[in-house]
Design a protein around this ligand. Sequence first.
Ligand code: SF4
Length: 78
Amino acid sequence: MPCPKNVNIPEIFAIMNYHRVYQITEFAKKSCAEIGKVPWRNYENAAACVNRGACEKKCPQSLPIREQLKETHRVLAS
Ligand code: SF4
């Protein structure tokens, strides 16, 4: 962060955790659908990622951010 495409990585990962950790998948899907459409989710969803990896170069945990964003989109935006 900040992502040049306004993808809010921590927020999207938090939404993914609703599914992955807490298993409240419908809530996670609803939250994902709100991205860019409601004032409290005023950012882009994972589909806006241009896949250049600027975030991964900055990540102190060396997370595979791009792959995790794609997975989030695959699981929650379909
Ligand atoms: S790889 Fe995607 S999420 Fe990461 S900084 Fe670039 S556009 Fe943003």
